[in-house]
Design a protein around this ligand. Sequence first.
Ligand code: AVJ
Length: 316
Amino acid sequence: MLAPVFLTDSQPLIQLDLAEEIKTGLLAQSASISPKFLYDNLGSHLFTAITLLPEYYPTRIENEIFGQYRNEIAEVVGQNSSLIDLGAGNCQKAESLFESLKPTSYIAIDFSIEYLQEILPKLQNKYPQVDMYGVGMDFSANFSLPVGVPQAKRTFFYPGSSIGNFLATEAEHLLRQIRAQIDKGGLLLGVDLMKGEDILRTAYDDSLKLTAAFNLNILRVVNGLLGSDFDVKDFRHTIKVNTVLNRVELYLEALSDLIVSWPGNSRAFKRGELIHTENSHKYTLDSIQALLTRAGYRAFNIWTDPQDYFAVIYAQ
Ligand code: AVJ
């Protein structure tokens, strides 16, 4: 049976570093946990469920843009490149481009290697002509391609507005690191655009409470990595739409005064105190192009939906 190759990152996920990072965030005066910890195997499944919600417009609209402009995108991006998927998740967006882009190889990178191990073998069987690689890696601080990735023209694929998780300075750093590895290829980027508050509220606080489950699951991930004793029932999901910083902020709010302990330390939370778990920045067509320009990109092709909810950009 044809099987994808699972590569190890040149900077492997060191559990100790991850635990240190979590402790620092928990002990800060305003507690925070990095959104990458949302994505263990269960978290990845919960996010896939979110993308199916009618309220969660980003995935739906981005897919519409990819569908509508499939041929134009393929013409600009070119065929037969290595498709490098940053935060591949269920690999479904990349798969939707296989037919038009005809990649010779597909490199799926994700924080959750477990989820990739579940998804990628099925995809490899469906597309035996594409060489597939799975990489479990944290590219949020530093990104370099692992050794073993084929040397074809590279199409970096960063859809879904995952770039929105980063502050502008961090986003610029990541985009510049990608730029340095592009060679003759380019970056195909999905970006969520600024829009009315109500649409954002329903998208990030849905009535089925899938986003609440997704957010609360981060406490289970933290318990696993840190040995802490968070009880999911002690917190609730809440969001703020920050119209000054153009972003949706996700928090977990303590429902009572409580203490969370882990080997070597603990943190007290007052009732109502918040743990910041995610920022989802929204851009304008101008602000994202300005950011890409600061990161060294020079040529842009842009596709949007009729309402300008979302943009797909090919940047070189
Ligand atoms: C995967 C970061 C793009 O910000 O919309 C969805 C994550 N968080 N619902 C987003 C998310 C809550 C998502 N990104």
